[in-house]
Design a protein around this ligand. Structure first.
Ligand code: GLA
Length: 744
């Protein structure tokens, strides 16, 4: 890990373990251009990659064609309005309504460690494990400065970038676009992968060629959304999970975003991400600063898998802060699919009784415990325990659950208010709406104006007083509708463009306060499932509910999408009852367990009512979780087969960092006739170590199979180059685990 400024070539060189990121200051004016990002290279002069020695040359050599230069130079942070007609990263209006800025290199600083981004989630590092470069760019005529920040981390092939805009003009200006990153590459024919979806079908993988013109994905919903996710990767045409060059980019932000990519007239590719400029503006007074959210760039020459492992390491080590981040999470049972709104304290205690005997460690009481909340039409905002439902009050219930040796967790939807609630009746102006226009409802609810501290303070106090009233050790923070009909009783007209971003800052402020005041709380974010499963939220909660779709087969696709970016330790995954409540499918209980094991693991069912043979499997699954969770949570993830690609078979493996253990999961979605086994090549093992393979029950996986040698010890090299045979079970939706252990 190193960052240096090379005076002779006026270059900045950022080196991680296997990658180099190089920028150059060119022309006597001092434009900052992007020269190279990819495999590690020595400190050669690579400014030629910016084509500044070819026509149209730089303005210093060719003033008459300045615009041609602007329109092809790989600007590190391109600005609007001066003649670069590709996508711009920055647009600022002055008091006269003009929007044209030219950014010129002014100064730079390289230091150990990493600064915090005020009010925003971001990767963190200390002086021992991270380094930062800050390049200050300026537009002298406009009195604008932009500080571009680049941080790297020991042992991790990622660059975290953000920008700070400072107004030194002596006047007011208005930001209408301030992206987190822009990144140009020359002459590349890439595919791109983005993630799309909807409720119960989050993070589906979409691979298409990068075309000419600008292609983008975005959110305008006030949350990162289930529809798109602020992640993109560019990959060589032949790249797949295990080979090829891949450039991944993820935004550490939970609100409206826009991520775009496109090929220019000269075949260069520009990749950009940041706050969605639609519905965004920010009034910046003299001397004021604006911080963009952070974006993370990852380069991998080992395919998508290499990219994912880098994201996982980075997020585990430098984004997730919870004391739980490298700890086993309690196996929870959530009563949502078990009871929906139809529960009382007796029902929950009965579930706890039965669950604790099976080894489940925490009961989570979901929606319906407060106010007049007997269904989803009312009472959001009324965060007082309904003692008609929970006789004896919350403390009694929590104590009863604790007596059974279980922890207790609770559900909130703090950002919401129902028109039929005491809170709305008392403070109608606290809900987002436009005076004189009937607001659109979703699930009969409105969104609270979290741009106002008075509102977030009130909600904080309500949540905190519930948490203090009993021994509550977990919170599921839900968010179940998008934002529209934007109107705020407090924000003045000229600041309405700030609403969406201020709302997101309000959510962050509240979650920060919660985890600061309750440092041991296990927080799980959720937004109708995975509608806000993003890197921003991971800064506050070590785990996020991945989807309301708990069907084991649908989950294969959803989890594969999440695993591209997010560590498995962060993925909320539960075993639920069948026929599945979302798709009506019936899968074996064992398969549901194997699939949920890839995440935080828990249950979402009425354990008192499920078939006896399923209930009997729970203690086995609990054991399995305790045996394998360390590998899943802390290990390296490799995808072996993709059901979304091949339509009938899914497999992945996790390898412990010391390469002494691995866990393979294989799911045969559709049984094929007259096929005995499939060959799967393993990854990530030590080629020179010998390994043994075991079934889930600890017996020898290769028992009865000839050809695995007499001592049944197989070298990592053979397992990786030749693979193993995975036996298919009988029927659809069958799964198995294989435990790979280094031989003594
Ligand atoms: C959302 C969540 C569910 C559940 C319900 C409760 O849909 O994603 O898990 O908590 O709300 O209303």
């Amino acid at each position: 890990m190193n960052i240096k400024y090379i005076e002779s070539t006026r270059s900045f060189k950022i080196d991680t373990v296997h990658t180099s990121y190089v920028m150059g200051v060119v022309d006597k004016e001092g434009f900052l251009g992007h020269a190279y990002y990819g495999r590690l290279i020595p400190d050669d002069d690579v400014n030629y990659l910016m084509r500044v020695f070819e026509p149209p040359f730089t303005p210093e050599k060719n003033e008459r064609d300045r615009l041609s230069f602007y329109d092809c130079f790989p600007f590190e942070y391109p600005t609007h309005g001066i003649g670069d007609f590709r996508e711009s990263a920055l647009r600022i209006e002055d008091e006269g309504g003009h929007a044209a800025n030219k950014l010129i290199y002014k100064s730079h600083e390289i230091f150990k460690g990493k600064k915090k981004l005020p009010g925003l989630p971001a990767t963190f590092g200390d002086e021992k494990d991270s380094m930062t470069l800050e390049i200050t760019m300026e537009d002298k005529e406009a009195g604008i400065e932009v500080v571009l920040s680049y941080s790297i981390f020991e042992g991790i092939d990622a660059v975290a970038r953000s920008a700070k805009v400072v107004n030194r003009s002596g006047r007011k200006v208005k930001l209408t676009k301030a992206m987190s990153t822009s990144f140009d590459m020359d002459d590349r024919d890439f595919d791109k992968i983005t993630l799309y979806g909807t409720w119960a079908r989050e993070k589906a993988i979409d691979r298409t060629p990068v075309a000419y013109g600008s292609q983008s994905i975005c959110s305008k919903r006030g949350i990162s959304s289930a529809q798109h996710h602020p992640f993109i990767c560019l990959l060589e045409k032949n790249a797949d999970y295990n080979k090829g060059e891949v450039y991944g980019q993820d935004l550490v932000y939970s609100g409206n975003f826009r991520t775009s990519v496109g090929r220019s007239q000269y075949d260069s590719v520009r990749l950009m991400t940041g706050i969605n400029p639609e519905d965004f503006s920010w009034a910046l007074g003299d001397g004021e600063e604006f911080y963009t959210p952070e974006a993370v760039l990852v380069y991998s020459s080992e395919g998508l898998g290499g990219m994912s492992r880098t994201f996982h390491d980075l997020y585990r080590q430098h984004l997730i802060r919870s004391p739980y981040r490298s700890k086993k999470r309690p196996i929870l049972i959530n009563n949502w699919e078990a009871t929906y709104f139809n529960f009382d304290e007796k029902k929950l205690i009965a579930i706890a009784d039965c669950a604790s005997k099976a080894g489940i460690e925490m009961l989570v009481m979901d929606d319906g415990w407060f106010g007049n909340r007997f269904d989803d039409n009312r009472a959001l905002g009324d965060w007082d325990v309904n003692e008609e439902k929970l006789k004896g009050g919350l403390k009694y219930l929590v104590d009863e659950v604790n007596k059974r040796g279980m922890k207790f967790g609770i559900w909130f939807e703090p950002e919401m208010v129902c028109p039929d609630s005491d809170l709305y009746r008392a403070h109608p102006d606290w809900a987002i709406q436009i005076q004189g226009r009937k607001p659109g409802l979703a699930r009969n609810q409105m969104v609270l104006d979290f741009t106002r501290e008075e509102v977030t303070d009130y909600i904080y106090n309500k949540v905190a007083s519930i948490l203090k009233s009993a021994n509550i050790e977990y919170v599921k923070w839900d968010m179940n509708r998008p934002l529209c009909d934007l109107g705020s009783a407090e924000l003045p007209a000229e600041r309405m463009g700030e609403f969406f971003h201020r709302y997101t800052l309000g959510v962050y402020r509240l979650q920060e306060r919660l985890i600061t005041d309750f440092p041991n709380l296990l927080l799980e974010n959720c937004s109708s499932g995975g509608g806000r499963y993003d890197a921003g939220m991971l800064y506050y909660s070590p785990q996020i509910w991945a989807s309301d779709d708990t069907d084991a087969i649908e989950r294969l696709k959803i989890q594969e999408g999440n695993e591209l970016i997010f560590p498995l330790s962060s993925m909320g995954a539960h075993v639920s009852d069948c026929p599945n409540h979302t798709v009506g499918r019936t899968t074996p209980f064992r398969t549901r367990g194997h699939v949920a094991l890839a995440g935080t693991f828990g249950y979402e069912l009425d354990v008192t009512k499920i078939p006896e043979e399923d209930r009997e499997l729970i203690p086995e699954q609990v054991k399995m979780y305790h045996r394998f969770n360390d590998i899943v949570r802390e290990g390296d993830y490799y995808r072996l087969a993709s059901f979304s690609e091949n339509g009938d078979f899914d497999s992945w493996m996790c390898v412990s960092k010391d390469k002494n253990e691995a866990l393979i999961t294989a799911v045969t979605v559709m049984k094929r006739p007259n096929v005995k086994s499939r060959n799967v090549k393993l990854f990530g093992l030590d080629p020179d170590k010998k390994y043994c393979l075991f079934k889930e029950d600890g017996s020898d996986y290769t028992d009865g199979m000839t050809g695995y040698g007499t001592d049944r010890k197989i070298s990592g090299r053979t397992l990786m180059n030749a693979g193993i045979q995975i036996c298919e079970g009988w029927g659809d939706f069958q799964s198995l685990l294989i435990h790979v252990k280094a031989a003594k």
